[in-house]
Design a protein around this ligand. Sequence first.
Ligand SMILES: [Fe+2]
Length: 274
Amino acid sequence: MINLEKYSGLPIQMRDDYSLVFENGLPPVTPTVREFSAMKSYLKDPSSTFWNKGVYYMYRNIAKPEDREAITNAGIQYDITVVLPGLMGDEFSKTIGHYHSFKPGTQVRYPEIYEVIYGRVVFIIQSATSDLEQLQEAYAIKMERGEKVLVPPGFGHVLVNPTDDVAVTANWQPSANVSDYTSYEKHNGAAYYVVQSKRLGSGGKTSTESKYEPNLNYKNLPKLAETRPRELPQYELRSAIPMYFTGVRDLAKLDLLVNPDSYLDDLTPAKLFV
Ligand SMILES: [Fe+2]
């Protein structure tokens, strides 16, 4: 068992089979499973295989009983995603990717905040014109345990586990968000694939060195900028504090999630990434 409490702030442990155990009265959540068989059209190589039927597990809308009402009233939800390690061809295990819906009455898509609570991850995020046809910017955001990233409005995102160990993330997102997977399906994944880089003389051992490979299914491909997330004290987003606490101590700090149109000047890659 791996204790996830220090980084998540919630009494949760992970069993050896990567399932989560909710303890100390935290209401258990049944995960939604993304099976590998449903991911083929999001992959670099649709004929590839994966060692397990499930690739990632989404535990949605987790809350302590005493926090539930305030979280619901704020219009947000706290989810945990467990991404198993492994390769799909030479591509590292990942989520299928999606864009968020627009806040009704605006041209602004909902943002999201992610936190790494176990392992190490890379987010591949990309922005596009509002019809999602023309890509504009693409970033690879490398993140360590404890770090948070605010995915700016308009950026679709794929969560990649480029390691040989499980990766676990938490996220706050608006409950009103409806995820749109179609552009990722149509283009067989994100603008860039995170693939294993073969190293000579590694003696047949699995290398977890990664590199980025352009996805040529996109007609115009922006250059990929490798970056890291900034600490965002104005939203109480610091590596040292689990972001579950940020939410329940002062939900007003997360108003940017439901009213991103009021924070547009602050929600730019230049202000959010190093
Ligand atoms: Fe999302």
